[in-house]
Design a binder for this molecule. Sequence first.
Ligand SMILES: C[S@@+](CC[C@H](N)C(=O)[O-])C[C@H]1O[C@@H](n2cnc3c(N)ncnc32)[C@H](O)[C@@H]1O
Length: 307
Amino acid sequence: MYAPAAATNAEREGDFVSRHVPVLVDEIVDMLVTRPGAVFVDLTLNGGGHARAFLRVLPADNAYIGLDRDRKALDRARSVLAGFGDRVRYVYGNFADSAELLADYRGRAANVLLDLGLSADQIADPARGFSFTVDGPLDMRADTSAGVTAATVVNTLLEDELADVFYRFGEERSAKAIASAITKARRTVPIATTSDLVEILAGVAPGVGRRHPATRVFQALRIYVNDELGALETGLPAAVDLLAPGGRIFIISYHSLEDRIAKERFRRAVDEGLLELVQKRVIKPSREEISVNPAARSARLRAAERL
Ligand SMILES: C[S@@+](CC[C@H](N)C(=O)[O-])C[C@H]1O[C@@H](n2cnc3c(N)ncnc32)[C@H](O)[C@@H]1O
């Protein structure tokens, strides 16, 4: 099983050592298209965890194009992947815009990767406000230079709108009660931090089993703030357009809302004669992988080949 080597000096950014472990690496490596002179397009580069693993096994003349909408993550990738020199090109932007951003690579990619969601490094960074376990400003924007923060969302949306966000993007059964508690609390003082929100939620929503009561609300806000499902709906067909004939697309999702879109889009592309599934069934991490990287437990991989 893939185990990331300890970070070398070239892979450290100052004192920063990544806590993100790329998932399902061996499973993807087994399916990679390896051709001389090929292009790999990674639409969710982050700190370059998958990139580092794939660059090691791809032919040395393959180029690796890494895109992300988080500038801080791209900077980390630059440092981690420095040893691969000009084989790697870095692109800042949203993969929903990849038809324009990556127009030069249309029809040229041997492999395309979408590893959705957030990395452990983004979640653990208190300044980003993604985690209910660390106190920080309630921001949640993947691209901190654009859009509205989660604090603005919880302080300004109408009660019904908030309930809709929690229900649609968090599948939260207590959505109405939570929205009501939030609108009541914000009348006294605006909600500014992750802890402010967690305190309100703890009073309303029971956790299920070992799940923290804030899990679904934080997921819903993050999806809403970053329009994650909209980006996937637009980005997936654009990602398929990047593939050369025989090229393969890999999508890793972490919750059922994303996986549903991936499954449906793949089915449509198969019906249209654009793609063929590489594996009929969704691929899950092995028990062994989950035991060393519990964050991998919800990962689901789908792979398809361009006809
Ligand atoms: C799970 S992490 C990827 C981890 C990476 N594969 C690795 O092994 O290091 C997901 C990354 O996708 C980025 N991302 C999510 N949605 C995006 C979008 N619509 N456009 C561009 N980047 C996006 C996030 O900023 C994050 O860096």
